[in-house]
Design a protein around this ligand. Sequence first.
Ligand code: HEC
Length: 171
Amino acid sequence: MQHPRRGLAAFLVSALCAPAAWSAGTAQDAKLAEHGRYLVQVSGCNDCHTPGYLQNDGKAPAAQWLTGSAVGFQGPWGTSYPSNLRLLADRLSEAQWLARVRQPMRPPMPWFNLKAMSERDLLAIYRYLRAAGPAGAPAPAAAAPGVQVATPYFDFTPKNLPSQVSSAGKP
Ligand code: HEC
C-alpha cells in the first residue's frame, strides 16, 4: 500500500506543477510544429506533395501544403502519386506515423531519407501536419507497371543508363 504522506505529497506536487507543466508543454509543442514546418519546406516534401509547388517556384499557399498531388510519377514501378499527408497524419497516431514513415515506398519518394531522419524531426513533421489540419482530397491510388492511367503524369523512365544503375532504381 502507498504511504499516505507520500501520496499526499505526490498529489500536491502534481496539483501545483500541473498548470506550469501544461503551458510549457504547449509552448514546446508549438516550437516542434514550427520546426516541422521548416523541415517540410527545406527538405523537399512540398516539391512533390503540394500541388503546383514546383511549377510556381514554391509559391503555393501554406493552406495547400502537403495535400497531395494527382500528377503521377511513372517508371518501372508503375505510376505513383504523392500522398495527401494532411489526411494521413489526421488518421494516424504518433506511433503509427513513426512506423509508417520508416517503411519502404515506391519511387520517386525518397523514403530512405525519411528513415534516416531523427525521431524528433519525424515527430516535428507529424506535429506540423496535425496543427495544419486535414485538407484536400486523397491522391489517386498507385497503378501497377504497364497499367495505363488517365491522370497527368511525369515520365520518370530512366533512359540511356548503364544497366546496373537502372536496375538499382527498381523498387
Ligand atoms: C520526388 C517526389 C517526392 C518527395 C520529394 C517526397 N515525396 Fe513523399 N511520396 C512521394 C510519392 C510518389 C509517394 C507515394 C509512394 C507510394 O505509392 O508508395 C510518397 C509517399 C509518402 C508517404 C507515405 C504516405 C502514405 O499514404 O502512406 C509519406 C509519409 C511521405 N511520402 C512523406 C514525405 C515527406 C515527409 C517528405 C519530405 C521529407 C517527402 N515525402 C518527400 C513523392 C515524394
